[in-house]
Ligand binder design. Structure first.
Ligand SMILES: [Zn+2]
Length: 271
């Protein structure tokens, strides 16, 4: 599933090709994604120039003069820049056409979203989002202050987008492992020192993943290549039953937490 680093990589890959370009048209083949693609979106974007592209959480925001196109990749979405003649495949739901290329949205499971707002600063999906994990305001002190009187497991807490955005299941598990914190510890029981370690681990893991993503940027121009998600060196996610890479002796355990698979080391992450 695309997580924050994949979205950031997608954004950085697209920016040099799209800023200042004019949209010559839009083809919507399947309107029913997670939400219906608005019927007037083709009109809103036709002949519009792309002024700015940025990211908020896992939402990609593309600003034109009259408003903002919002794209979320959901569970299985991807964006690729292709030549006009690239053959269509089954799940290619939307094309945004430029003079010399097409930006194609592909999404087999259709949990993604393509939306429009006239005013991104007042848009319901964006307005209530928590702070960005890679910005300086996300500190150990911030996390510690927010964990007070919150008894949910720390893994659920850091995945709550009202607290901090864009930390999905994979990176939550990896960050907790790196910080040596058991995923089930109630948020309120973390010490300030543990909050500092956890914030440091989250930033480190996300930055490393974004850096790795840079090597796959060529895929954005590659018509037959897979979407630009990168294989990651994960230490706990997907490794249940294998021995821990840190202590070398404990066997990684899997539990279900909020319907999500959670893997941790019972020796390195004490409850
Ligand atoms: Zn271990």
């Amino acid at each position: 599933m695309p997580e924050l680093p994949e979205v950031e990589t997608t954004l950085q890959g697209l920016i040099p090709h799209l800023i200042g370009k004019r949209i010559d048209g839009m083809i919507v083949r399947q309107r029913q994604l997670r939400w219906l693609i608005p019927y007037d979106i083709e009109n809103k974007l036709n002949q519009a120039y792309i002024l700015k592209m940025h990211r908020r959480g896992k939402y990609l925001l593309i600003d034109v003069e009259s408003g903002t196109l919002i794209i979320h990749l959901g569970m299985s979405g991807s964006l690729r820049l292709l030549s006009h003649s690239s053959p269509l495949t089954k799940h290619d739901h939307v094309d945004i056409i430029f003079a010399t290329m097409t930006l194609r949205y592909t999404d087999p499971r259709r949990f993604g979203a393509i939306l429009w707002t006239d005013d991104a600063s007042d848009y319901s999906l964006l307005k209530n989002l928590g702070i960005e994990p890679l910005e300086n305001i996300f500190t150990g002190h911030y996390l510690f202050s927010r964990t007070q009187h919150r008894h949910v497991p720390i893994k659920s807490f850091i995945m709550d987008s009202k607290i901090v955005v864009g930390i999905g299941n994979i990176y939550a598990a990896e960050a907790l492992f790196l910080a040596g914190i058991h995923p089930l510890i109630p948020a309120s029981r973390l010490t300030e020192d543990q909050c500092y370690r956890l914030v440091k681990a989250i930033k480190q893991i996300l930055r490393r993943a974004i850096k790795k993503g840079g090597t796959t940027l060529k895929d954005f121009m590659n018509s037959d290549g897979k979407p630009g998600y990168f294989s990651q060196q994960l230490k706990v996610y997907g490794r249940a039953g294998l021995s821990c890479v840190q202590c070398g002796f404990a066997v990684l355990q899997a539990i279900k937490l909020a319907q999500r698979n959670t893997v941790f080391c019972p020796a390195c992450q004490l409850l």
